[in-house]
Design a binder for this molecule. Structure first.
Ligand code: FE2
Length: 243
């Protein structure tokens, strides 16, 4: 990271530290986002909020294209790849990601990319909430503290790792096999499941997720995520995985 970018990150981190781990609590009515249903076992899930519900941090047009075009294409292409494999059609997308070694080599890369894209986006939509909601507390906050030390350090670590991803990929806070929280990144549409870990929350770092609003300013997009992270979803998922 060059000096200008680093200064920008830390300046922004200082301004927004409170938002990263302690967002204001706001609720909104959930809305169903209509979407065409691809043929096959895998379906495009409805967004749990309106396209414009994450404004001004994530703009409505990006959300509409991201969900209705990009995510939909992953679902469609996954169904196409599985068309001649009835046994694989019975597996959930999570099971496919966990068991790529059982997928025939002929379609393995396609299932990895398209199935990963479907799982990742389905997961990602749940990681977002208008205004984020209340920050973590209790045992989950303590576990996060073991990874991130404190709020300010945590945001800096998250932003720096996100900026360090070259090209397209994802950043995750995951649970490793010892049930410890780790910060990791994956390339393309890979995810922690493919390496035997479980995501707790994650952020899409593909340009299609932010370019309309933020252009080349990935740092601003990552910090905007800070305002939208659904801590209730992350805590609930962490508790379920730890049980
Ligand atoms: Fe995406």
């Amino acid at each position: 990271m060059n000096n200008v970018t680093r200064r920008q990150v830390f300046k922004s981190a200082g301004l927004l530290t409170a938002g990263f781990f302690l967002s204001t609590s706001t609720t909104r009515a959930l809305a169903q986002a209509a979407a065409p249903a691809p043929t096959g076992p895998h379906k495009l899930p409805a967004l749990p909020y309106d396209f414009g519900a994450l404004e001004p941090h994530f703009d409505a047009k990006t959300m509409e294209i991201h969900h209705g075009k990009h995510h939909a294409a992953y679902v469609t292409n996954l169904n196409k790849a599985l068309a001649d494999y009835p046994d694989l059609q019975k597996m959930s997308v999570e099971e496919l990601c966990l068991n790529l070694d059982k997928v025939p080599e002929k379609i393995r890369t396609t299932v990895r990319n398209q199935g990963g894209g479907h799982y990742n986006h389905t997961f990602f939509w749940q990681c977002l909430r208008p205004e984020g909601g209340a920050g973590p507390d209790g045992a989950f906050e303590q576990a996060l503290g073991e990874l991130f030390v404190d709020q300010e350090t945590g945001l800096k670590m998250f932003v720096e790792r996100a900026l360090a991803v070259f090209g397209s990929g994802w950043i995750w806070v995951s649970l490793d096999k010892d049930k410890r929280l780790i910060l990791e990144t994956t390339a393309n549409q890979d995810n922690p499941l493919m390496s035997g870990r479980q995501p707790v929350f994650g952020l899409d770092l593909w340009e299609h997720a932010y370019y309309l609003k933020y252009q080349n300013r990935r740092v601003d997009y990552v910090i905007a995520f800070n305002r939208l992270l659904n801590w209730e979803f992350a805590r609930t998922r962490w508790e379920k995985l730890m049980a």
